[in-house]
Write a protein that binds this ligand. Structure first.
Ligand SMILES: [Zn+2]
Length: 540
């Protein structure tokens, strides 16, 4: 008997088993836009058993997962999650940035060489062409001889396009206004497939233009601030930022279908469309791994308008949990329990509204950019005789006019250094660095290391500025993000499904570890400039 078992084992292990047969049929990457790590713990009592908690119960929870670069914005975030590298290498240095070559602002996913598909609007002029490296979805396409499909889905174009990568079969995003349709670009296709047209014709988006009230009795929402407070933005046409919201009435003054973006229903609609994509594209139906990337954008819109401590945010996460529950249940049914793998993370966190922090005596506030601008212009005129020496200020970076510096016979390093010394004198600017420093000194820790991983020598500016902790350039209501502080860098990272064990860790993990981890799980090449490490402790 023993002999027979040994023989059987030998046969099993020497049989040529292709890596693919053992692989998950479908990889689902979920990005929750602007999700802080502490939403998992803060709203824990409000979550059901089969959404976020199912991922934690059945899968692996990396509780100390961080972004490892600045700036923490949506475009760089999505690119970094899926490429396993940072703006230094993938080149997505912001959502928008000043292009030094053409001397104007560009959008991370904008592409004027393609056309819209599914709309007459310009919102379809999009592609991943500014992203310089591959995503794990690209590597899966190459590995499977293009037999494994990739589909990207998000309300935001960049949330759909950057994750799916360059070789994706399709990326779809939402066109609001009077249309309320999922659209794409000629980068992927000439016309929308039948299943997308069917979805658009089903008027699903319209069905969400209804009342938004809290899912549970608002009095039980003890994990967030008062519904009426001074820290929230408002919809046009409503006096207060308080429940309930009549979306049908409000949609007229708030961009038609665009209002859905700033409600939990934008996430519900995204889940509906992602499930339709699984059916329409036959994802996860054979042993060749497919990739579905889903980004839930409404959490970010709600956070920007109402802030991270609002009742609106709490309700949005309670409802997202319900959407995840039905999404996972549908995956069990459509792909099969244990046949797919899911990871969930965020593209960045967000800060508590600084005005609220001030009310709690915590150091926080807002930069006075108008005063700063006047003083800076005076400095430039006094020192160089012209303000034209600066071409652009954006994303906390200053871009210099290289031609003018040459024409004035100035030294670039001297000008960068002089501006650093001038900028650091302003209130609530805590650090300033020159591009020369970023390109020549190797930082290994602290904010400097984060800045360096976000600094792209060809694309970034000449002077890089850092605000004091909890000081932002933003309106006095709502939350934002972009810094290297924990409120922006600390985000969830959950894995569950085929090949993943149950557990958790407080060991620090980084956002760039995700793509190498999925690549290792699939046995495929890492994205071509991935710098992260596979998190082997999450594997079975
Ligand atoms: Zn945002």
């Amino acid at each position: 008997m023993k002999y027979l078992i040994a023989l059987l084992l030998t046969v099993v292990f020497i049989l040529p088993i292709s890596a693919q047969e053992d692989n998950p049929k479908l990889v689902v990457g979920i990005v929750v836009d602007q999700m802080r790590y502490d939403y998992l713990t803060r709203f824990d009592k409000k979550f059901g058993e089969n959404g976020f908690k199912r991922m934690m119960r059945e899968g692996f929870n990396c509780k100390n997962n961080h972004f490892n670069y600045v700036p923490t914005y949506t475009g760089p975030g999505h690119a970094s999650i899926y490429t396993g590298t940072t703006p230094k290498y993938h080149g997505i240095i912001g959502n928008n940035w000043y292009d030094k070559d053409i001397k104007k602002m560009v959008y991370c996913a904008g592409d004027t060489t393609v056309s819209s598909v599914g709309t007459a609007a310009v919102s379809g002029l999009m592609s991943p062409h500014r992203m310089l490296t591959t995503t794990f979805a690209d590597e899966n396409r190459l590995f499977t001889q293009m037999r494994g499909k990739t589909i990207g889905v998000s309300i935001k174009d960049r949330g759909a396009i950057l994750p799916a990568g360059h070789s994706a079969n399709a990326a779809y995003w939402f066109q609001g206004g009077q249309e309320g349709n999922w659209i794409s670009s000629t980068f992927y296709m000439d016309e929308l497939p039948k299943w997308v047209n069917n979805f658009n014709n089903s008027k699903k988006a319209e069905s969400y233009i209804k009342d938004w009230n809290t899912f549970y009795d608002i009095d039980t929402y003890t994990e967030s601030g008062a519904d009426l407070n001074n820290f929230e933005g408002k919809f046009k046409g409503k006096e207060t930022a308080t429940f309930p919201y009549n979306l049908k009435a409000l949609s007229k003054k708030n961009g038609g279908f665009n209002i859905l973006k700033t409600t939990p229903y934008g996430n519900s609609l995204t889940a509906d469309f992602a499930l339709a994509a699984i059916d329409g594209e036959g994802l996860g139906q054979d042993n060749i791994t497919d990739v579905l990337t889903v980004s839930f954008s409404s959490t970010d819109y709600v956070g920007h308008k109402f802030g991270v401590n609002s009742k609106e945010i709490e309700d949005t996460y309670i409802r997202l949990d319900k959407d995840l529950e039905r999404f996972f249940a549908a995956l069990d049914e459509k792909v099969g329990k244990g046949e797919y793998v899911v990871f969930l993370t965020a593209d960045h966190g967000a800060i508590d509204v600084p005005a609220y922090l001030q009310s709690a005596k915590i150091p926080a506030g807002y930069l006075d950019n108008d005063v700063r601008k006047v003083l800076f212009q005076k400095f430039l005129t006094d020192t160089y005789g012209t303000t034209d020496i600066v071409e652009d200020i954006s994303n906390n970076q200053i871009f210099l006019n290289r031609d003018m510096i040459k024409a004035l016979d100035l030294d670039l390093d001297d000008v960068q250094e002089a501006i650093v010394n001038e900028q650091i004198a302003y209130p609530h600017i805590s650090k300033a660095y020159t591009a020369t420093t970023m390109a020549s000194v190797d930082f290994t820790e602290g904010i400097e290391a984060l800045l360096q991983k976000g600094y792209n020598q060809k694309r970034s500016g000449d002077i890089i500025l850092v605000n004091d902790p909890a000081y932002i350039s933003y309106g006095k209501t709502g939350s934002t993000h972009g810094s290297g502080l924990n409120y922006d860098t600390h985000v969830p990272l959950l894995f569950f499904g085929k090949g993943i064990k149950q557990g958790h860790t407080y060991k620090k993990t980084e956002i760039t570890d995700i793509a190498p981890t999925i690549s290792a799980l699939l046995g495929i090449s890492f994205p071509n400039f991935a710098i992260g490490q596979p998190l082997e402790f999450v594997f079975n």
